[in-house]
Design a protein around this ligand. Structure first.
Ligand code: HEM
Length: 212
């Protein structure tokens, strides 16, 4: 009775230990769970393990030698925040304006060409009272192109009338924020369409090009 029960449990657990040649033969003919795709999985596991080990070693060596994790290279790909899956948000202008640093509990955001970036780690640049606080909580693409930090009418996404060089300047800043090691793109802002009848902001008298 006990033997019977034990056999039944072994069978349920897959521990049959069959000696019957017919059963053994059938099992040998059956594709093993470890054969076929099982082998591939084992190989993949080895490849993944080796890759992770190599990466880990590289990060350690890099940190010892350059004090950076990726041999001095920094871009959005070395920014772990970019690997957090998040849904891209669509901000209204009002929502964006609330992130200008006046409420320290909210992340500090700025927008350029409609893309919204979390620049909280640059609080010293964009926080209230700092040199570039005028860029926070808004899309001031024009000022990025004209280097005009003194005129309010340049704090706009309206880029009408700008030269090729100025437009390239905006693109350069856009790339800067996009590739930044700490800033993160959160989504886009719904910009008001530019009224073609509105006057184009006059050029800035005291534009200060950013030193190279
Ligand atoms: C006399 C002219 C200027 C000087 C001496 C100056 C100097 C600096 C310095 C020393 C930094 C910090 C170092 C760095 O991360 O590169 C900086 C950052 C910055 N500058 Fe200027 N700047 C000038 C003009 C401008 C202008 C006209 C703009 C606007 C288009 C501008 C936009 C910025 C921004 C956005 C940052 C912060 C970058 C970040 O978030 O990492 N600067 N500037």
């Amino acid at each position: 009775m006990k033997d019977q029960e034990l056999k039944q449990r072994h069978t349920q657990a897959g521990l049959t230990g069959d000696t019957d040649p017919e059963i053994v033969e059938t099992k040998a003919a059956r594709p093993s769970a470890r054969g076929g795709s099982g082998n591939w999985l084992a190989w993949w596991a080895i490849v993944v393990r080796i890759t992770i080990t190599m990466l880990g070693l590289s990060v350690c060596m890099s940190y010892l030698i350059t004090e950076t994790a990726f041999w001095g290279h920094s871009s959005k790909w070395t920014n772990w925040r970019n690997y957090i899956p998040r849904q891209k948000r669509v901000f209204t202008l009002h929502e964006l304006s609330m992130h200008d640093g006046s409420n320290p509990g909210l992340p500090l955001l700025l927008a350029i060409e409609g893309d919204v970036y979390d620049v909280s780690s640059g609080w010293g640049f964009y926080g209230p009272g700092s040199s570039y606080s005028l860029f926070a909580g808004r899309d001031a693409s024009r000022a990025f192109g004209t280097n005009c930090l003194s005129r309010k009418d340049h704090l706009t996404h309206d880029t009408r009338g700008l030269s090729e060089k100025e437009l390239a300047g905006i693109k350069g800043w856009h790339q800067y924020f996009d590739n930044h090691q700490q800033y993160v793109k959160l989504g886009v802002v719904e910009l008001n369409p530019v009224d073609p009848a509105a006057p184009i902001p006059p050029p800035c008298e005291d534009a200060k090009p950013r030193p190279k």
